[in-house]
Design a protein around this ligand. Structure first.
Ligand code: NAD
Ligand code: MG
Length: 328
């Protein structure tokens, strides 16, 4: 594994240079503010018709239309939703300086060939391993969220130096920047969110809730058990891995974990994980997701609504309203 830290960074490569941040959502806001506070010349590129425009201006940033923002920029960071990056790239292409560096926070558009960058451009990845809110908060507190770095194309000879300077500017080099490839970052990121983090965890929670409720237990008790308490366990895992969790849970819980966990996540689940991974690797997932977007996302909305209409949401909303410390 190759790991870069602040000691490996030469930020002088960005002296007198400009960074254009396209998008001001979760990542865009954090990157723009951190880079500015690190002393870099930052412009934010947004549609003047969009909601983020006024927000970015209110934060004291220099905001303009994307095609204006990229003029004269050494680094152009694509921090809009993955599915709009292709159209956005095509609309600003003629305004991007020769020899500029296109930077992505996730490899989807490049790896699945939605964007084939002009021959003179560098293509790099700085992917923070955390949501934008955390990237900003950690930076403000003097820390940083670890990042991945990849160089897909180096036309100018300093693509990695520029990428690392950007990573340092958002605070990532304080925590360490691990070298990867666009393929590895894209495929592992999609697999993680589908099989384990978002998809796997929520299906596990809902299936556990339904099992208890169908067996006649009160939905409120089921909610506390399978949704609310998950955070306590995740925090222990996050801070200290399996060892810390085992130090804090009872012997009864640990024994139950070890004998029953593998009955729930069994060989069939592992085979399903392999099949999910294969769909990501061979482009099936990407093709379907791009097609879904082109059709106006009807299936996306239908499935989202089904999630929001689930009884665990009604019970959860009511119970959470009695725990006002949750929103502090
Ligand atoms: P987001 O949905 O939070 O933000 C979208 C921003 O893009 C908004 O400011 C919106 O106004 C702007 N936008 C939308 N369409 C636009 C257009 N056509 N032209 C200009 N601006 C436009 O996005 P996000 O979640 O921050 O994701 C940005 C990138 O970061 C993606 O590549 C994503 O995969 C990656 N990423 C996200 C996270 C995360 O925690 N959200 C983590 C790591 C990587
Ligand atoms: Mg789900």
């Amino acid at each position: 594994m190759k790991l870069y830290t602040d000691a490996d960074v030469d930020s002088t490569c960005l002296d007198g240079k400009r960074i254009a941040v396209l998008g001001y959502g979760s990542q865009g806001r954090a990157h723009a503010l951190n880079l500015r506070d690190s002393g870099f010349d930052v412009v934010v590129g947004l549609r003047s018709s969009g909601k983020s425009f006024a927000k970015a201006e209110a934060a004291g940033l220099n905001v303009m239309e994307p095609n204006e923002a990229v003029k004269g920029a050494t680094i152009v960071a694509f921090l809009t939703p993955d599915m709009v990056q292709k159209t956005l790239y095509e609309s600003i292409l003629d305004d991007i300086d020769e020899g500029a560096t296109l930077l992505f926070a996730h490899g989807f558009a490049v790896h699945f060939k939605q964007i084939s960058a002009r021959a003179d451009l560098n293509v790099v990845l700085i992917a923070p391993k955390g949501p934008g809110g955390l990237v900003r908060r950690q930076y403000e507190e003097g820390h940083g969220v670890p990042c991945l770095v990849a160089v897909e194309r180096d036309e100018t000879g300093d693509a990695l130096t520029l990428a690392l300077a950007y990573a340092a500017g958002i605070g990532g080099a304080r925590a360490g920047v691990i070298e990867t490839t666009f393929a590895e970052e894209t495929e592992t990121d999609l697999f993680g969110e589908q099989a384990v983090l978002c998809g796997g965890a929520t299906e596990l929670i809902v299936a556990g809730f339904e099992t208890l409720v169908e067996a006649g237990y009160q939905p409120e008790v089921a909610y506390y058990e399978v949704m609310h308490e998950l955070k306590l366990i995740v925090d222990l895992l996050h801070e200290g891995g399996l060892r810390k969790m085992h130090e804090f849970i009872s012997d009864t819980a640990a024994w139950g974990d070890m004998v029953s966990g593998p009955r729930v996540v069994d060989e069939a689940s592992r085979e399903a994980m392999q099949s999910v991974l294969k769909d990501i690797q061979d482009g099936t997932f990407a093709r379907n997701w791009i097609a879904e977007n082109e059709q106006g996302m009807p299936e996306f909305r239908r499935r989202m609504q089904a999630d929001l209409d689930h009884p665990i949401e009604t019970v959860g909303k009511e119970l959470r309203s009695r725990m006002d410390w949750l929103t502090e």
